[in-house]
Design a protein around this ligand. Structure first.
Ligand SMILES: [Cu+2]
Length: 440
């Protein structure tokens, strides 16, 4: 009864606050509608054209305005009123700041009302009106149920995002590790949270009961130190050996792999295929020009058959070794479908060797998604165009790969040779001029 006396004013104030918010949003939208209507009317007058929308009447309620467009013969034709667009309002920082401020005011009002209520009871010589221990224990119970349901909901709705099929041989090992870690942490998370919130609910603070003093238990401390230590050691060693197995490739296996070079820059990846010799040519940042963006050293014969490709095409079941570079800032070579990720560091090439084991066509069947594609992304937030660093990756049969590879144009083609020659001539002329000037 007394609680109701306090809550009723609080609810009224919330309703008032919400009403104020709605009114302010509505007013803002009506203002913008009125402005656009005035602008349309003015331009209509200026153009003196029946095709431009004009108002039926100017003295009507602006919230119920309708539009009238002539059909070219003087007959008015009704058209639907344009939908009000609230998206700009709901996305603005000011809107959420205001909402947060109003929420704080509401909490403050409720707090003050409750304080006044408690003080009144105290003056009247009555005991505390609200059992806050019980209120908090119920809040804890609600948090437990809502939290566990949230966890379930999250797995139900987003679980498919982590439960994907890997397209490489080593991907299965990473998935195994991921699932083991997730299984252990999820079990611990659920059990400890049930214990935490349930005990708070059951053993709620009470004047009638004294807490049992239980300061120390050696066995308990041993158990909760040794068990997590063993579990973490297993997880860390499993991770260490798995990573070592993936990244420490023997020289013999390195030679078997198809060599591809990728270079990240703001904001694109450039992919260089090695040609028939399976070796990409040397490069030097000092040789970078607008036409030779990678700074390929064309005096190195290995570069003559190199090809720059617009996409990545890989033969299935054949090891591929990516040499990963960056021209400006840190990027990260990331193909989630392959469980592959490696930083691209300026001035320090990194490598990742792996074997694609599922073709794009097979993956489309397995995932039941005819549009599925592997994709190379950048996993370092490297600047404003970071999101756009995407290259499609196709895994095909060896035969299809060979057919695709021979069709790729050479980078060191006749045009490039001419450009390089003319650049050399210009350089030589500049050097001669410089030499003549210095000798004078
Ligand atoms: Cu990047």
């Amino acid at each position: 009864m007394s609680l109701r006396k306090v809550l009723i004013p609080a609810v009224y104030s919330l309703v008032l606050v919400l009403a104020l918010t709605t009114v302010s949003v509505k007013a803002q939208n009506q203002d913008s509608t009125a402005v656009s209507i005035t602008a349309a009317t003015d331009s209509a007058k200026a153009m003196n054209s029946v095709q431009v929308p004009t108002l039926i009447s100017t003295d009507v309620d602006t919230t119920k305005l309708s539009w009238n467009q002539g059909d070219g013969q003087g007959n008015p034709v009704e058209i639907a009123k344009p939908e009000q667009d609230f998206s700009g309002v709901y996305k603005s920082a000011a809107y959420y700041t205001l909402l947060f401020f109003l929420f704080c005011v509401f909490i403050g009002i409720v707090g003050k009302a409750l304080r006044a209520y408690e003080l009144t009871r105290s003056i009247q010589g009555k005991g505390p009106g609200i059992n806050w221990h019980r209120v908090q224990s119920v809040l804890f119970a609600i948090t437990l149920i809502a939290g566990l349901y949230g966890t379930y909901w999250s797995f139900q709705n987003h679980g498919s995002l982590i439960n994907t099929i890997s397209g490489t041989l080593h991907g299965a090992k990473i998935d195994f590790m991921f699932n083991i870690t997730l299984g252990i942490t999820l079990t611990v998370f659920v059990l400890t949270h049930i214990a935490l919130f349930y005990f708070t609910f059951k053993y709620v603070g009470s004047e009638k009961r004294k807490a049992y003093f239980y300061p120390h238990n050696d066995t308990l401390e041993r158990v909760w130190t040794i068990v997590p230590a063993i579990v973490l050691t297993v997880l860390v060693l499993l991770g260490f050996f798995t990573w070592r197995g993936i990244t420490n490739v023997s020289e013999e296996d390195q030679k078997k792999a198809l060599n591809i070079e990728v270079t990240g820059e703001q904001f694109k990846w450039t992919v260089r295929y090695p040609g028939a010799d399976n070796q990409v040519g040397l490069r030097n940042y000092k040789l970078i020009t607008p036409t030779n963006g990678l700074g390929i050293d064309f005096t190195d014969k290995k570069s003559w058959d190199d090809q720059i490709a617009g996409e990545i095409v890989l033969p299935v079941n054949r090891p591929v070794r990516f040499s990963i570079n960056a021209k400006d800032v840190l990027h990260s070579f990331y193909i989630p479908g392959f469980r592959v990720q490696m930083n691209a560091v300026p001035g320090m090439p990194t490598y990742f060797q792996f074997t694609p084991s599922v073709t794009t066509a097979e993956m489309r069947e397995k995932t039941n998604d005819p549009t599925y594609d592997y994709i190379l992304l950048c996993a370092k937030i490297c600047g404003s165009g970071h999101y756009n660093m995407q290259v499609k990756v196709k895994v095909v049969s060896e035969k299809e790969y060979q057919e695709w590879a021979v069709k790729q144009p050479l980078f060191y083609n006749d045009d490039m040779k001419k450009q390089m020659q003319s650049a050399q001539v210009t350089d030589a002329a500049a050097n001669t001029t410089l030499a003549l000037t210095t000798s004078k």
